[in-house]
Every structure is written in C-alpha cells, then in structure tokens.
Design a protein around this ligand. Structure first.
Ligand code: TYD
Length: 132
C-alpha cells in the first residue's frame, strides 16, 4: 500500500536470547529525532485517529500486539503489529488508528521530527480533503 511498508529488523540472537538494533538511516530509513512508546493501554481503548502531513514514523510492538487500521485516502488496510522484529514504516499522509492493544503491549515509535501539533490532521474529513 502506498506510503506504508513493513521494515524487518534482523534479530541478533544467540544462546542468551535476542537483540534488535535500530539505527537511523539504516534499519530505520530516516534520521530519528524522537522516540515515544505507548503502553498500559486500557482494554477496549483505541488510539491514533489522525494523519501527519510530513512526519515519517516506524512503529513496532516490542512486546504484545495491537491492530493498526491504515487509510491512505485511496485504500484501507489492517495489519497486526505483533513482532519485535517487524515494524511498519508510515510515510506521509496516512490516517491511522490503533485498536485491540494486548495488556502487555508496548508500541514503540521512532519519528523523523520533533513533536509538532501543527503537523497533525485529527479530522477525517479534513484528511480526505488534504489528500485530494
Ligand atoms: P495523542 O496524539 O493523543 O496520542 P495517540 O495519537 O496515540 O492517541 O497524544 C497524547 C498526548 O501526548 C497529547 O497531549 C500530545 C502528547 N504528545 C507529546 O507531547 N509528544 C509526542 O511525541 C506525542 C506522540 C504525543
């Protein structure tokens, strides 16, 4: 789907367990300016419901899982983020929602820019308009 891509993070495992390294401009295809994580999401709570004008993000559930609903204005798609070795790259205008967080879910997000509320589109009708 346009503006959405899976990113694989090779696990550097040995007999002690696993390790994943995320490096800017390598495993993560942009310069990382911000990292945030969502955890302790209450049962039945959905988050997101916005798009970004310019931001690039990679989202990965380092533990647990959640269901992501994605909409690039042309098509809609649902994916489960349920692996610490597979992230989702979201570039440009994509309406996204996160649902069905498992109790143990820690959703880690790497972002290409600092937090800027002006970059958010939080109204779906506006998203459709801007996307035309
Ligand atoms: P919000 O955008 O509502 O989260 P979600 O899209 O997951 O539902 O963000 C919750 C609050 O946190 C809101 O007041 C903005 C603030 N926030 C920051 O200050 N910095 C950040 O990097 C992010 C992602 C959010």
């Amino acid at each position: 789907m346009n503006r959405i891509k899976y990113v694989e993070f090779p696990p550097l495992g040995d007999n002690r367990g696993s390790l994943v390294a995320l490096e800017a401009e390598k495993t993560v295809p942009f310069d990382i300016k911000r990292v945030y994580y969502i955890f302790g999401t209450l049962l039945g709570v959905a988050r997101g419901f916005h798009a970004h004008k310019n931001l690039k993000q990679v989202a990965v559930c380092v533990t647990g899982k959640c269901r992501m609903v994605l909409d690039n204005g042309i098509e809609k798609k649902e994916v489960w983020l349920d692996s610490p070795t597979r992230g989702l790259l979201i570039e440009g205008l994509v309406w996204h929602e996160m649902h069905d967080f498992s109790e143990d879910c820690v959703l880690l997000v790497l972002a290409s820019e600092h937090y800027d509320e002006a970059d958010y589109i939080r109204d779906y009708q506006e998203f459709l308009k801007v996307n035309k």
